[in-house]
Design a protein around this ligand. Structure first.
Ligand code: DSN
Length: 420
């Protein structure tokens, strides 16, 4: 067994009973905190959130909603869910909140279940331009069950083409329009989407999974005043447990709740619901607001540091927590860049860039995000060093060992979880 100390919940019972799995948990903790974590959709959640996740609420069946369950014994879990719902409504200024979706994909499935029937037309961002699998990819239920028309970004600006969105909406009269993306570094004009949706009588859904934490931290504008429904995951910038959530206008509340349960899911994961409540409380703090702003400042600094070393930032930069970087200037593919960075202790992902000539598993770009390093307390000056280390990892793969040493020195100054 490794000698790394764990923290938080007492780990000794697991180590004594199942050292094989205990070793994996410790090794993963060590991997995460001995390298640089630049996956834009990951974060280091708090010990309080992890404590809720590791609680006995995991044992409880609670199909239904607070006060209307299919099982007895729900008095305590009811309280956790009610508190979580109230915190979500307060934090986001929403009329209704459902904390039960197991994931972002489950949340989106429920939203579609609430408003659409098989064969209905949906207008959403295309995956190669930054969308998401659940926004109509042919290999996903969304693409199999619905007639999905896709919009993208302009070739010249690499920004969402709102004229194209309007033209496609007028031509195809979608029942639902989806705004939201996984690899779009810029702010989305929710007012423009609302106007287009109103013109064609469509429901406006915003998939805010990537940026909802920035909204919670008041660092970017909220989609809530504009959208009929907002779906998201809770584990990205928001820094909660792995899971999903849906906000909606009051008029859609009953539809959304019925679509989550019993249409799409069975028993909710009450330990995850409680952990979401904990994360929402944390996100309402002044400290979290400072964090959300710092995430953006760091992403902008990192994009600039990479541009200074020959890597173009798609759309010229970022307004959010992530940057999409075209690595062709360094004569590598995205896959090669990912692999070389990995060897140097820098975790990021290859990513298609708009109009990418490469296949998705090769790609011409990488996606970098700053939620994790900002949680560690790193600042803009550290981003310049990270940019230099990424450039060196890509251009001098033989020096991976040396770079990994520099990475370890950097993260030792900003430990992800205190080892004491
Ligand atoms: N897998 C997530 C991401 O990395 O963006 C989206 O679901």
């Amino acid at each position: 067994m490794t000698t790394v100390q764990f923290w938080g919940p007492d780990f000794s019972a697991l180590a004594a009973e199942d050292p094989e799995i205990a070793d994996i948990l410790l090794a993963e903790l060590d991997r995460a905190r001995s390298g640089l974590q630049l996956i834009a959709s990951e974060n280091f959640t708090s010990p309080a959130v992890l404590a809720a996740l590791g609680s006995t609420l995991s044992n409880k069946y609670a199909e239904g909603y607070p006060g209307k369950r299919y099982y007895g014994g729900c008095v305590e879990v009811d309280k956790a869910e009610v508190i979580g719902i109230e915190r979500a409504k307060e934090l986001f200024g929403a009329e209704h909140a459902n904390l039960q979706p197991h994931s972002g994909a489950s949340a989106n499935l429920a939203v579609y279940g609430a408003f659409l029937a098989p064969g209905d037309t949906v207008l959403a961002m295309s995956l190669p331009h930054g969308g998401h699998l659940t926004h109509g990819s042919k290999v996903n239920f969304s693409g199999k069950w619905f007639d999905v028309v896709s919009y993208g970004v302009r070739a010249d600006t690499e920004l969402i083409d709102y004229d194209e969105v309007r033209d496609l909406a007028r031509t195809h009269r979608p029942k639902m329009i989806i705004a939201g993306a996984t690899a779009y570094p810029r702010l989305i004009d929710f007012a423009a989407f609302r106007e287009i949706a109103d013109e064609v009588g469509a429901i406006l859904m915003v998939d805010a999974a990537h940026f909802i934490g920035l909204v919670a931290g008041k660092a970017i504008p909220s989609p809530v005043p504009y959208a009929d429904v907002v779906s998201f995951t809770t584990h990205k910038v928001l820094r909660g447990p792995r899971g999903g959530m849906i906000l909606s206008r009051a008029e859609h509340a009953a539809k959304i709740d019925k679509a989550v349960f019993p249409m799409m899911q069975g028993g909710p994961l009450m330990h995850a619901v409680a952990a979401k409540a904990v994360a929402l409380r944390e996100a309402a703090s002044a400290g979290y607001q400072a964090y959300a702003s710092a995430v953006i400042e760091n992403a902008q600094a990192l994009a600039a540091a990479l541009e200074a070393r020959g890597m173009r930032a798609v759309s010229g930069g970022t307004d959010t927590h992530l940057a999409l970087i075209d690595v062709r200037g360094l004569d590598v593919t995205g896959a090669e860049a990912e692999e070389r960075c990995d060897a140097a202790g820098i975790t990021l992902n290859k990513n298609a860039i708009p109009y990418d000539p490469q296949k998705p598993m090769v790609a011409s770009g990488i996606r970098v995000g700053t939620p994790s390093v900002t949680t560690q307390g790193m600042a803009a000056a550290d981003m310049d060093l990270i940019g230099a280390l990424i450039a060196q990892a890509i251009t001098e793969p033989a020096s991976a060992g040396d770079i990994a040493g520099q990475v370890q020195a950097l993260v030792a100054r900003h430990p992800a979880y205190d080892r004491t």
